[in-house]
Write a new protein. Structure first.
Lengths: 114, 112
């Protein structure tokens, strides 16, 4: 069974540009989460989808971040315009419906904003 | 403010020794405490988890000790091996909530 996949693995962009990160959850997982780890600090929750619906986006830093999950399958996280403080590793995780304790993480996208 | 505090930030242990990583929390609504292991280039992977109704859980060489009154929990790795070298994250989750709240991570190095 394939795990959670994320694309790209690395992205280097300049301040003010736009970047879109993609996450493909494990097939059949209704729950999809985005997390971020900045500069060796803790991994922080950004938001949670159940199928295509946003259930909790309390961790989204500001309105420069937009997450979508059209059709309830893969998800994208767009940062527009990117700022220096957006640099970090963005993780996607997924879990089965009703089993939110066990979250399976992808390898992450390392974003560097110059 | 950081809800889950993890220490140490880095740890070096000799092969065969015991590795101990500690976490503390304030939120008494937390009722699920997992530990994640992350190797370079990979995502965090669930290693072992505990709920507050037990004080200890053991899986192979990995043990979680949980102290509800002190609001602390720790990961013990017995007979540490070079292959255990990784970053370890403690985390916590409230009952009914979806998000995991993580500690800052501990980079563990096991010297051969």
């Amino acid at each position: 069974e394939a795990g959670v996949t994320q694309f790209p693995s690395h992205s280097v962009i300049e301040k003010g540009q736009t970047v879109t990160l993609r996450c493909d959850p494990i097939s059949g997982h209704d729950n999809l989460y985005w997390y971020r780890r900045v500069m060796g600090k803790e991994i922080k929750f950004l938001l949670h989808f159940v199928k295509e619906s946003k259930q909790d986006e309390s961790g989204m830093p500001n309105n420069r971040f937009l997450a979508e999950r059209t059709g309830g399958t893969y998800s994208t996280l767009k940062v527009q315009p990117a700022e220096l403080e957006d640099s970090g590793v963005y993780f996607c995780a997924s879990s089965l419906a009703g089993a939110t304790d066990t979250q399976y993480f992808g390898p992450g996208t390392r974003l560097t904003v110059l | 403010q950081q809800q889950v505090k993890q220490s140490p930030q880095s740890l070096i242990v000799q092969k065969g020794g015991i590795s101990i990583i500690n976490c503390a929390y304030e939120n008494t609504a937390f009722d699920y405490f997992p530990w994640y292991q992350q190797f370079p280039g990979k995502g965090p992977a669930l290693l072992i988890a505990i709920r507050p109704d037990v004080s200890e859980k053991k899986e192979g060489r990995f043990t979680i000790s949980f102290n509800k009154s002190a609001k602390q929990f720790s990961l013990h790795i017995m007979d540490s091996q070079p292959g255990d070298s990784a970053t370890y994250f403690c985390a916590a989750k409230e009952q009914g909530a979806q998000k995991l709240v993580f500690g800052q991570g501990t980079r563990l190095t096991i010297n051969p």
